[in-house]
Design a protein around this ligand. Sequence first.
Ligand code: SAM
Length: 265
Amino acid sequence: MKNFIVTTTRKPDPATESFAQEISSRLGGRLVERADNSFDALRKIYGAENILLVKKNSLSVVTAEGELFFHPNTAHLRIKNLRGGEGDRLIDALKISDGSKVLDCTLGLGSDAIVESFVAGANGKVVALEINPLIAEIVRHGLKNFSEDSPHILDAMRRVEVLNVDCEKFLASCADNSFDAVYFDPMFRRPIQKSSGLNPIRPLADASPLTEEIIREARRVAKFRVVMKEHSGSAEFARLGFKILGGGKYSSVAFGVIDKGYGLL
Ligand SMILES: C[S@@+](CC[C@H](N)C(=O)[O-])C[C@H]1O[C@@H](n2cnc3c(N)ncnc32)[C@H](O)[C@@H]1O
């Protein structure tokens, strides 16, 4: 990962200072005094690419693309739609319901994981993996502490378990059939620029393509289904053995599925 420093707002209270200290020693980024410096000045002084900014009740990363912070984004509207009886393309693809156990291998900003968690409910489980430590930290903190939403959405957020780990490693450690569904939303091979919701994570996110080995492991770990989201027309679906689902006729994204028992393991 590119180097980063940890700092606070200009006049931090003692709790913010000690949280910054804790996070700096846990993640390994150098803790620097903000003083009256702009972010550009801090970058120059310390030769750092990214700045992990600790505020009173939230965390963000300042990157070359702007400030990355946690927000439920589309999850709010999607859950509202689900509660109103409408469908959700991801949930339909995963075929999950109350009590399901889901492994979300690509947490990102966590919107999909929140929707999965809402559907899986308190009897289910969503484990979400993120390879980048700064993204994992910000989203884990946001899922735990964000408070400006309805109780059913906050409950769904609180239930997501975030792990900072490469999904390939984690999958290798899982027992056969240990999750009902396994989901991948990798950085698209061809980014859709207008999906500006993801733009601030681009400088941090791992954009490596999924490997056949990862998908083979996902098929072993999933009891029923493996799902991947990619841009419509992506060659990744065929390369990795996914069957593209219909629907979303006018959408730039598509979902592919591998059902257990479909194709060779
Ligand atoms: C397109 S984003 C996921 C967006 C997410 N579905 C959402 O709703 O916000 C992809 C994320 O997967 C992460 N990632 C890429 N490769 C990974 C891997 N091998 N293991 C875990 N996370 C990975 C990236 O760093 C990035 O944050």
